[in-house]
Design a protein around this ligand. Structure first.
Ligand SMILES: [Zn+2]
Length: 246
């Protein structure tokens, strides 16, 4: 049976302490990390592994939910130090991760720049530079909707909307969902995150409706941690997240 653990990494943004919650999965000889943090987070990740009784050098795979800088920021640095690790991602995300297409956030930042006030111009340029500093890396294996992983103990659910090829991971026996950025917990309620940044807001809603079909007792959200509860309550909350996203 896979052991699924939330790991918590802190970072400072605009002087404020913030957190992200990548997932660690231990299954037989496989040690898997879901999403690879912001840029320069390798040492934070290594430390978090040690705190969870694991060694980063035992990591065998990285599963990427989508190509945003906060999910692949340290991917290249990780693979430079640990070249044996294999990277998995949804087919729609590959050109962005591999640096052949301009990342969605960078496109949005470039478009926004023209509308920024004079005093915000510099900030906008710094942010673009920051997004451009994400180093590309190669994806070894493609993930598809309904694909089974770990001897059928995990299933890929394609959840496009936030980005084109966003994927989530469902563990039927554990009734556990790794949602990535398909859902976020705000004031202890599930919500669709950052609708203003969604590549396709309608698709994001459709994806969340699809997630509500699964029996979920534990949901891991990358930006807000874990929520546990009765599957019927969680299902209702997921459907509420869609109806309140208007
Ligand atoms: Zn994110």
């Amino acid at each position: 049976m896979p052991v699924i653990k939330e790991i918590k990494l802190d970072f400072t943004f605009s002087g404020e302490k913030n957190f992200i919650y990548p997932t660690l999965i231990r299954y037989k000889n496989e040690l898997i990390l879901v999403d690879a943090g912001y840029q320069n987070m390798l040492s934070n990740l290594e430390k978090a592994f040690r705190e969870n009784g694991e060694s980063f050098s035992d990591l065998t795979r990285i599963w990427i939910t989508h190509h945003d800088h906060d999910h692949i920021g340290s991917l290249h640095a990780i693979r430079e130090k640990y070249p044996h690790i294999k990277v998995y991602a949804g087919a729609g995300e590959v050109p962005f991760i591999e640096g052949r297409e301009t990342p969605l956030r960078l496109k949005q930042a470039v478009e926004l720049q023209a509308r920024l006030s004079e005093e915000k111009q510099n900030e906008g340029i710094i942010f673009q530079k920051y997004l451009k500093s994400v180093e590309a890396d190669k994806v070894d294996f493609l993930l598809y909707d309904d694909m089974l992983l770990l001897d059928g103990n995990a299933k890929v659910i394609s959840t496009p909307g936030h980005t084109k090829g966003h994927v989530s991971f469902y563990f039927p026996k554990e009734q556990t969902l790794i949602a990535g950025d398909a859902l976020v917990i705000e004031n202890s309620k599930l919500e669709i995150p950052f609708p203003q940044f969604s590549e396709n807001p309608e698709k994001a809603e459709e994806s969340v409706r699809k997630l509500a079909q699964y029996s979920i007792g534990r949901i891991l959200c990358y930006h807000s941690g874990t929520k546990e509860g009765n599957p019927s309550d969680i299902k209702r909350e997921i459907l509420d997240a869609v109806s309140q996203n208007k």
